[in-house]
Structure formats: structure tokens, C-alpha cells
Design a protein around this ligand. Structure first.
Ligand SMILES: Nc1ncnc2c1ncn2[C@@H]1O[C@H](COP(=O)(O)OP(=O)(O)OP(=O)(O)O)[C@@H](O)[C@H]1O
Ligand SMILES: [Mg+2]
Length: 459
């Protein structure tokens, strides 16, 4: 029985012991008994009891010895001591030493039943507390971010170190690797968690509006500014501002942002009244900011100010160990959302997923699982359910054919030409982001960089 409650009765008086045993059994508890201290200690060492009901005076030891021994083996066992009339003082001493309660002889059975029920209730509460604490700790452990790979363990380790600080953080990583998820987790586990978390997607706001979005404006500052409006920085005061796609910020705004970060104050557009800021700044980018600095498109001083603590999220293809747990996590999520029984994927499907390069990273994986859960019948997702683009063999091919004639060919030169051609296309398709380009080609980034050098491809 899962909820079996076990009680040990210790009493040297045979009839008293038997009566207690029968009474407690009649209430539904499992009861063992011992007639002396030695037997009792033997049983306690071997078995677990929620409750021990013990006479305080035993022929070979005292109830106090039992108390102490039980405390050593189990912190959750509650002890109820039974004492003679005259020994109220000893009973009080037993309570001080950690007994849950005492009852006096002759035993009132109704009283005993109530005391036992109370002891059990206390245990229940304690275990719920332990459960709640564990849950809270779970949240602190960023439990909604899945990652068992060594690479993600390093990310968690760094997050734990910085979560209670105010340091400025720059999160880098390809699209869909979880940058925003991490930024939120950092905020909601920080001392600022009860203050606002304000996310600004610098890439999605038209350039003309970005300045007033970030810093606010006063009435009449420009056409259309019909009233005073605080910016996102003010809204995030005492909390966290998340500057997403920071790499897209135009140069003139970079200068203003740098000033705000240096002076810890902001002026609304059209005003010269500074507002003091206590904001933690977390920014994110999926482009190579250092490269942008070299190309003169991103201010170097701003880069250093944002990049106080770098946090890099590796692409999914470089942490294949995370694929299986992520698949399980998203299956559970979408089956629950769509009120379906829990689904699994076949071994073959998992292998396909582990082979695939995931250019869209975790977001792509999540979308795929959502789609497969919605479209598949039954409880196992099989090969047939996987879209063609994901299945290795059916991965898009760049169609070409060559006809060999008697003249022969220079195979090495042809292969190099094909490589060169595809690499150039991949770089174009991915806007020059090498990690994306290499994912399109199904090779890793360093291999591609080597090929670029070897083939003298100009970018
Ligand atoms: N390790 C992870 N565990 C669970 N879910 C994840 C994980 N990483 C990402 N996700 C989920 O994947 C989706 C994409 O994550 P997120 O939006 O944080 O990516 P991003 O790096 O900000 O992408 P982009 O650069 O395109 O904005 C979200 O739904 C997020 O919850
Ligand atoms: Mg994002």
C-alpha cells in the first residue's frame, strides 16, 4: 500500500503493548511492537516508522535513549511517550528532547488516536514544505531552460554566478537559441524580480521611433508628440531592460545609449531634465558584434560597455545531447496544451533529429514538435510524420548533373568549383553569418572557414 502508515509500539508490559497494538491496527495503521529497548533499537535501525509510541521506562533502557537513537536515523519520525501518573516532569523533559507529545497512564485511547493523527498531520505539512522549497529551488535552477549538454551546463553555471549581480550582460547566439528565455530567467531569479522586465526589440521598431521608444519624449518634441511619454528605460527603472537585436541600432542612437549607460540617467527627447536610472541592462544579438565594430558599424566603446559579462548560447547542432530532452519537454508541453495523451517519438525519428542541422535552433525544434503533435494520430511520432526537409536523405539538394565523356574530367577542380559555388550562395542566403551559412551546407563552421580560405573565396 503506497500510503501505509507504520507505527512502532514499545512497552515492556505485555497486556498494555498488545492493547495498544490492537487499537492502532483497528484504525488502519501497520503496527510493530517491541518489549524492550534493545529489540526496539534493532527494529528502528532496520525499518522506517512515521510514529513511535514508547513507554518512558523500559527494563533495559529509557525512552530517552530511544529518542536519541531515533533522531540519529530519522528526522521525520515522531515520538509519543507514555508515562506513569507521577512523572509529569519527565514527560516535559521528553518533550524538550524532541518528543512530539506525551500521554499518561492509564491510556485514554481516544486521546492517543488524536495525538497520533496530529503527529501525522505535522509530518504532512513538513513534507509539503520540503516540496515547496524544492519547487522554489527548481525555479532558481532555471528549470524551464532545458539543457543537459556540457555546453549548457556551463551556461547555467555562469547564470548562477551573475544572477544576483547588477552587471551588464550581452547574450550572443544564433536565432532561436534561447536568448530571450535566458534574459527573462536572469531577471526573474534576480533581486529585481518584482520590478519590471521590459523587452525592446531594437530591430523591429522603425528607426525614427526608436529614440522616443527608448528614452521617451515631452509634448511637442516633434510632430505627433501630443503628450509627455516616458520611454522604455524609465519604465524599466529598478528592473531590467532587455535590448534585443542590439546590433541593428543606428550609430547616432548608439551614441545616445552610451551616454545613458555612462551617466545612469536619461533625458526624454525635447527635455533637459535628467531622470536617474537604476536599470540592469541585458542585451542580445545574433550577429557578430565584434565584426560590426571592425567594420565601423558599431561603436567600440558601446560594445565594451554592453559586453561586461558575455553569455554565449551555442547553436543546437553543437549540443546534440540536448535534443532528446528538448523533444521530451516540448512533447509534454504541446500534448498538454492540445489535450492529447502524452506522445513519444520513435527511435528513428530521434536519430533523424540528432542528424539534422537545426538552422533555426530550439525555436525550429519547438515549432516542429508542435506541428507533429497537431498532425499525428496515435501516440508515437514516426518517420512518416517528419517533414521532408528535416529528413537527412531528403535534405534539399542543389540539382546538377554532369556527363562524363571519353575526354575525362578534372574531378578535384569540379568538386572545388561546386564547393565554391555553394559556399558563396550559402553566405549570400544567410546575410554573411557564417554559422548560418555552414548550417545551410550541413557542415560545421570551422570546416567552412577552412574551405573559404583554401578556395580563396572573397567575402
Ligand atoms: N534551452 C531551452 N529550453 C526550453 N525552451 C527553449 C530553450 N531554448 C529556447 N527555447 C524556446 O525556443 C523559443 C525561442 O527562444 P528565444 O525566443 O529565447 O530565442 P532567441 O535566441 O531570442 O531567438 P531570436 O534571436 O530569433 O530572437 C522560445 O519559445 C523558447 O522558449
Ligand atoms: Mg529573441
Amino acid at each position: 500500500m503506497a500510503d501505509e502508515i507504520r507505527i512502532l509500539v514499545i512497552d515492556d508490559d505485555d497486556s498494555g503493548r498488545e492493547a495498544l497494538t490492537l487499537l492502532l491496527q483497528s484504525v488502519g495503521y501497520t503496527v510493530l511492537s517491541a518489549a524492550n529497548g534493545k529489540d526496539a533499537l534493532d527494529i528502528i535501525a532496520r525499518e522506517h516508522f512515521q510514529i513511535i509510541v514508547s513507554d518512558l521506562f523500559l527494563p533495559d533502557s529509557s525512552g530517552f535513549d530511544i529518542l536519541q537513537s531515533v533522531r540519529k536515523v530519522s528526522s521525520s519520525t515522531e515520538i509519543i511517550v507514555v508515562t506513569g501518573h507521577a512523572s509529569a516532569q519527565t514527560a516535559v523533559k521528553a518533550m524538550k528532547e524532541g518528543a512530539f507529545d506525551y500521554i499518561t497512564k492509564p491510556i485514554d485511547f481516544d486521546e492517543l488516536k488524536i495525538v497520533v493523527a496530529k503527529a501525522l498531520e505535522k509530518q504532512q505539512l513538513l513534507s509539503e514544505n520540503v516540496y515547496l522549497r524544492k519547487q522554489l529551488q527548481g525555479r532558481f535552477e532555471f528549470s524551464n531552460i532545458i539543457g543537459s549538454s556540457p555546453a549548457m551546463q556551463l551556461v547555467f553555471e555562469r547564470m548562477r554566478r551573475i544572477v544576483k549581480t547588477d552587471s551588464t550582460i550581452l547574450i550572443t547566439g544564433e536565432s532561436g537559441t534561447g536568448k530571450e528565455l535566458v534574459a527573462r530567467a536572469l531577471h526573474y531569479n534576480s533581486n529585481r524580480k518584482d520590478r519590471p522586465f521590459i523587452a525592446v526589440n531594437c530591430g523591429a521598431i522603425p528607426e525614427a521611433l526608436l529614440e522616443s521608444e527608448l528614452f521617451g519624449h515631452v509634448k511637442g518634441a516633434f510632430t505627433g508628440a501630443i503628450s509627455d511619454k516616458p520611454g522604455k528605460f524609465e519604465a524599466a527603472n529598478h528592473g531590467t531592460i532587455f535590448l534585443d537585436e542590439i546590433g541593428t541600432m543606428p550609430l547616432h542612437l548608439q551614441t545616445k545609449l552610451l551616454r545613458v549607460l555612462q551617466e545612469h540617467e536619461v533625458e526624454r527627447v525635447g527635455s533637459n531634465k535628467p531622470v536617474k536610472l537604476h536599470v540592469r541592462v541585458v542585451s542580445a544579438t545574433n550577429i557578430d558584434l565584434e565584426l560590426k565594430v571592425k567594420q565601423g558599424e558599431f561603436r567600440e566603446d558601446l560594445f565594451y560597455r554592453l559586453n561586461v559579462i558575455p553569455l554565449h548560447l551555442p547553436p543546437l547542432r553543437e549540443r546534440k545531447l540536448d535534443i532528446m530532452p528538448l523533444v521530451g519537454y516540448f512533447l509534454a508541453k504541446y500534448c498538454q496544451l492540445m489535450s492529447r495523451p502524452l506522445m513519444t517519438v520513435s527511435k528513428q525519428v530521434l536519430e533523424i533529429m540528432e542528424q539534422y542541422a537545426w538552422p533555426g535552433n530550439v525555436r525550429e525544434l519547438e515549432n516542429l514538435i508542435e506541428r507533429m503533435v497537431a498532425l499525428s494520430d496515435g501516440t508515437v511520432i514516426t518517420y512518416e510524420d517528419v517533414p521532408a526537409g528535416i529528413v537527412g536523405g531528403k535534405r534539399g539538394r542543389a540539382g546538377f548533373s554532369l556527363d562524363l565523356t571519353e575526354d575525362g574530367v578534372d574531378l578535384a577542380a569540379i568538386l572545388s568549383e561546386i564547393e565554391r559555388n555553394l559556399i558563396i550562395q550559402a553566405l549570400k542566403l544567410s546575410g554573411g553569418i557564417r554559422a548560418k551559412a555552414s548550417a545551410l551546407l550541413g557542415i560545421n563552421r570551422t570546416t567552412m572557414v577552412e574551405k573559404i580560405k583554401r578556395l580563396k573565396i572573397e567575402i
